[in-house]
Design a protein around this ligand. Structure first.
Ligand SMILES: *Cc1c(COP(=O)(O)O)cnc(C)c1O
Length: 384
């Protein structure tokens, strides 16, 4: 069988940048959750996205947790959270014993619907924070969302885990709100095997997060703690991988863009196929090329046909308000995210794919439309 084609898998640089920084950590015996790579990775990522400060953490999930804590979210507080996302966006709300209220998406961005957000502010005027997501590297409509959060004086957290390399009107995603988070999990556009980053222009809050993330150790000779601590600091080895990967981020975005254009050219004309919305103010990183289907060919048929050819694909993320664990919480919207989930599919968008691999994916998918056409012809001949 032909080699497996993945949705999005780790892709180290051809130049060997990552291993050089990892060797440096070994050479200096800085195999610890602190060191030169950690400090430099924070600086380099902050410079890349255009924020003042960054704290390197063990995961994107941990970064969202720390953002909520820094925002003062605690027991019983309401947090508005985009429903169409991966569960890691919402879980930290529960870690803080706060209460999520899920907000629908719109068709224009697939991300948080400003109208639904406005309605939510009407229903829950005491809300403490908002978490917006830039799903699949598409940016949310930040002008409207920032304006609403400012109007209601509420902290805005951007989950940019999937959108490193994505710009909204020339500004990098993750830098519009009070806090932004990035992830370097194995499936993201660049990876450190696992890791995350919290960014903010607030130096005092970032320093506080570094303090919490290293077990909240007070200044003292003995171990002294006046606050709850967390073990969330990124390893100096892992940060070395991150520094190397950051050097090839632009290359990765260019390849993801190429993959998207390839699919659009080859599949865009098929009956019932719509591509994810790339707005003119949006410069996506095209992390996962995604489509929705509104004709006779259904997502499951495509996923099964691809699986038979040893090609990975996945439905659009299942909204949080439909998840057994979260369904007891309130949801504000009209069902757009449900519809995207039911009709959507993420196509393999691995940056290591060759043109032959892309051809294999496209051929398999197109085959279903040929079958469809044949069925119709048989039906018209036999009158059934
Ligand atoms: C991957 C991801 C996260 C979590 O990041 P980890 O580093 O895996 O903890 C959060 N939100 C979204 C939208 C993600 O895709």
């Amino acid at each position: 069988m032909a080699d497996r084609i993945f949705l999005s898998s780790p892709h180290m640089s051809d130049e060997g940048y990552e291993i050089k920084y990892v060797f440096e950590a070994f050479d200096t015996n800085w195999i610890a959750p602190l060191g030169e790579n950690v400090n430099q990775f924070e600086k380099e990522l902050a410079a890349k996205v255009g924020t003042k400060y960054a704290a390197a953490l063990t995961s994107g999930t941990g970064a969202i947790h720390m953002a909520l804590k820094a925002a003062g979210v605690g027991e019983g507080d309401i947090v508005f959270c985009q429903s169409l996302t991966f569960s890691a966006t919402a879980n930290p709300i529960i870690y803080q014993n706060a209460i999520p209220v899920f907000i629908d998406s719109d068709y224009e961005t697939w991300n948080m619907c400003p109208k639904a957000l406005e309605e939510a502010f009407g229903k829950y005027p005491n809300v403490k924070a908002v978490i917006v997501v830039h799903l699949y590297g598409l940016s949310a409509d930040m002008d409207k969302i920032v304006e609403l959060c400012k109007k209601h004086n509420v902290v805005l957290i951007e989950d940019a885990a999937e959108s490193l390399g994505t710009y909204y009107k020339g500004q990098h995603t993750g830098t519009f709100g009070d806090y932004g988070i990035f992830s370097f999990n194995g499936n993201k556009i660049i990876t450190t095997s696992g890791g995350g980053m919290l960014v903010s222009d607030n130096s005092e809050r970032i320093a506080k997060v570094r303090f919490w993330a290293t077990q909240s150790r007070d200044q003292a000779r003995h171990y002294q703690h006046s606050e709850l601590g967390f073990n969330y600091r990124m390893s100096n080895v892992v940060a070395g991988i991150g520094r190397g990967q950051l050097k090839v981020l632009d290359q990765r975005v260019a390849k993801k863009n190429y993959i998207y254009e390839f699919y659009k050219r080859e599949l865009g004309e098929l009956e019932g196929v719509d591509f994810m919305p790339t707005n003119k103010w949006n410069k996506p990183n095209y992390w996962l090329s995604s489509i929705t289907l509104n004709g006779k060919v259904r997502p499951l048929e495509i996923m099964e046909a691809l699986e038979k050819e040893n090609i990975e694909s996945r439905p659009i993320w299942k909204p949080m308000h439909m998840q057994p664990f979260f369904e007891k919480y309130d949801f504000i919207g009209t069902g757009v995210s449900e519809e995207l989930f039911e009709n959507g599919i993420c196509l393999p968008s691995d940056t290591k794919m060759t043109d032959d691999d892309l051809e294999r994916v496209v051929k398999t998918i197109k085959g279903l439309w040929v079958e469809e056409w044949k069925d119709q012809k048989v039906a018209s001949i036999t009158g059934s």
